[in-house]
Design a protein around this ligand. Structure first.
Ligand SMILES: [Zn+2]
Length: 407
């Protein structure tokens, strides 16, 4: 037995790593047994990442390793090498484009260290850090391919991916039965099939790639059942096949630990992006992050907050989860006992005076509790969330204790 990994075979009009992988697995010599394939999402800020930054791998039971390696060599030269140098479409127009640089790795018997997976999902990794495979092909794609092999599936979800007929590759429109999709969405184990706010499907990718749909579930049986339902629906377009992948999606594997901090300054930028300065870092809540942005904008200096996020650069955290641990109260001058009018300060250390009856008191403040708009964790809505992000509504996702009140 051994492990095969593949990454970065995406290109502009054709190709998608899962599709190349499916074709490869379909065509393996009959003496090879294919076990459950896996798809891993990696460090979202990787400089040379592909669309969605996903890599794939599979465990193979092999009778004749040299026969397999000979076959892989041929498949690489005939079908995968040609992706090199092609440009991948970007989800973000402002990002520098890198040509595809596919990579394939073969590990006989042993998976590489799990630490390599953790490194590749939580930070930028360079080619010279990649554990040595028993056989490898290509370039940059070896990073993701090796990380996909190194993953130990401590937490996982499943995704059934189906691919379109080659004649329809490159077309932007896809036909997946809407009625069946809402039935699939109501299955207890499926998730992120539809956007609850917009009422639109989330299973079909945008863009020209070969994928018709990917339907996600918290167990493999439901992923397969949901995928089969979509395939069987009359109005779903025909496909060349479907496979259920074990994935690291919705696991939070990209987040290490939470940070706690005290707010020193809050600035709301013109589009609604919110910059929270704390005593140690700058935390960013983006305009499209829904409840998270609303909570961020509500913050005042002195509030104690806890957050999870990624640091694409030192000292900056892009927030993915946020909660308020304690809120610094607002202050105002006390009311006059006689007139029920708010007293005014007479100046530093001069005490307060009622503007009506002129009665004086010491220099005091009344504290007014501030209650946050959300008393527990918040995260961006589904359409603004990473594939890796674990939904908060999954009960075991984070410590669920809530707002502890004012200081
Ligand atoms: Zn008074």
């Amino acid at each position: 037995m051994g492990w095969l990994g593949l990454d970065d075979t995406d290109s502009l009009k054709e190709g998608c790593t899962t599709y190349s992988f499916h074709l490869l697995l379909e065509s393996l010599p009959s003496s090879v047994t294919v076990l459950s394939p896996r798809l891993v999402r990696l460090w979202p800020f990787a400089q040379q990442r592909t669309r969605g930054n996903a890599a794939v791998a599979v465990e193979l039971l092999v009778e004749d390793e040299s026969e397999l390696l000979h076959y892989l060599e041929g498949f690489w030269n005939d079908h995968l090498l040609s992706a090199k140098g092609k440009m991948s479409p970007s989800e973000h127009d402002d990002r520098e484009q890198y040509p595809a640089d596919p990579g394939m790795v073969w590990f006989s018997s042993e998976q590489p260290n799990e630490e390599f997976y953790t490194m590749a999902v939580q930070s930028e990794v360079h080619l010279n850090q990649v554990p040595t495979a028993n056989r490898s092909w290509g370039g940059q794609g070896r990073i993701g391919a090796t990380a996909a092999v190194a993953w130990r599936q401590k937490q996982c979800t499943w995704e059934a991916i189906a691919w379109r007929e080659p004649i329809r590759h490159g077309l932007l429109e896809r036909t997946v039965c809407e009625q069946t999709l809402s039935r699939v969405d109501s299955m207890p184990s499926t998730f992120l099939s539809r956007d609850p706010r917009k009422g639109t499907g989330l299973v079909a990718p945008r863009g020209p790639c070969p994928v018709l749909f990917g339907v996600r579930a918290r167990d493999s049986t439901s992923a397969l059942e949901a995928g089969n339902k979509l395939l069987a629906a009359e109005s779903t377009e025909s496909t060349i096949g479907m496979r259920v992948f074990t994935t690291n999606q919705a696991t939070d594997d990209h987040l290490s630990h939470s940070q706690k901090a005290t707010v020193t300054h809050v600035e709301i930028l013109s589009r609604g992006n919110c910059v929270i300065t704390t005593e140690s870092d700058t935390w960013l809540a983006f305009a499209e992050s829904g409840s998270l942005k609303i909570l961020a904008q509500w913050l005042h200096p002195g509030d104690v907050i806890e957050g999870y996020g990624l640091s694409p650069e030192f000292g900056v955290v892009h927030l993915e989860k946020l909660r308020v641990l304690s809120a610094y109260p607002d202050q105002q001058r006390p009311m006059c006992d006689e007139c029920s009018v708010r007293m005014k300060s007479m100046g530093k250390n001069q005490g307060c005076r009622c503007p009506k009856c002129k009665q004086r008191t010491e220099d005091t403040w009344d504290a007014i509790a501030r209650i946050p708009p959300f008393e527990s964790w918040v995260q961006p809505p589904v359409d603004a969330r990473r594939h890796l992000a674990r939904p908060l509504e999954w009960e075991d996702s984070t410590d669920s204790s809530s707002f502890m009140g004012n200081q």
